[in-house]
Design a binder for this molecule. Structure first.
Ligand code: ADP
Ligand code: ADP
Length: 228
């Protein structure tokens, strides 16, 4: 069971001449199978919250538990291990590697696994994920030979390949037209319906309202939590 639990989380970015208080006391519980959207104006801390949820960065203070394990102060390799096993990421910019084929881009998370995954199992999983996003016919293409909508579908396949319990999504439709944006959102809803916990930052109110719970962030605090 994967429950995420944050208590009084703060994040301060310190530079030589300035401290930026990006998060100021976040209390948040996310249960297995939830679909949570995070909204709020630019600079309010949405991406910071997502990066802490995904163990891409550590909080300045506060407690964070994933499935009962204290992950408030992991070192880089412990954080990378949990990320690889449990968490998938989808970003606005697709972050695909142009030198690698679509197939090899999707395979990457499996190839980073601490416990080696056999090439046979990689082939099986990647093929499965290509089917889910309907891109089987593009397996040997390079990312820059694909349209934006297609690249985002590849990024989704890469996020799915490791069967993540938690999917963290930052403005997934930001670089897409409305038709491709709708298709991506349909895919995410389907994944959630199949049991994947979903946490999504979005500016688009239509997409935010597809979640089961909408959090409104302002100036580093959750000022409203709405059940939809
Ligand atoms: P949002 O995603 O809502 O636009 P962010 O989480 O990106 O907000 O940023 C929250 C605040 O933290 C902003 O004031 C931003 O300038 C600051 N910030 C974000 N990342 C860094 C960083 N790496 N170093 C310094 N300040 C940062
Ligand atoms: P979508 O509706 O998915 O965004 P487009 O209408 O932009 O697709 O593209 C249609 C076809 O053109 C796609 O099959 C894609 O492979 C190809 N294509 C789009 N952009 C490029 C590009 N920059 N280089 C090569 N092929 C492209």
């Amino acid at each position: 069971e994967l429950t995420l639990n944050m208590t009084d989380i703060t994040k301060v970015y310190s530079t030589e001449d300035m401290d930026t208080h990006a998060l100021r006391g976040i209390d948040l519980e996310i249960y297995k199978g939830d679909f949570v959207s995070i909204c709020g104006p630019s600079g309010c801390g949405k991406s910071t919250l997502l990066s802490l949820l995904g163990l891409l960065d550590m909080p300045t203070s506060g407690k964070y538990f994933i499935g009962g394990t204290d992950v408030s102060h992991l070192n880089l390799s412990e954080a990378a291990y949990i990320r690889n096993e449990k968490i998938g990421f989808i970003f606005q910019s697709f972050n695909l590697i142009d030198e690698l084929s679509v197939f090899d881009n999707i395979a990457l998370p499996l190839r980073y696994r601490r416990n080696k995954v056999s090439e046979k199992d990689i082939e099986k999983k990647v093929t499965e994920c290509l089917q889910i996003v309907d891109m089987t016919h593009r397996a040997q293409h390079k990312p820059n030979q694909l349209s934006g909508g297609q690249q985002q579908r590849i990024a989704i396949a890469r996020a799915l390949v490791g069967n993540p319990a938690l999917l963290l999504v930052d403005e997934p439709t930001g670089n897409l037209d409305s038709r491709n944006g709708d298709a991506v959102m349909e895919m995410l809803q389907q994944l959630n319906a199949n049991g994947t916990t979903l946490c999504m930052v979005t500016h688009d109110p239509r997409y935010a309202d597809m979640a089961g719970r909408k959090l409104h962030l302002l100036d580093g605090k959750i000022i409203d939590s709405q059940t939809l």
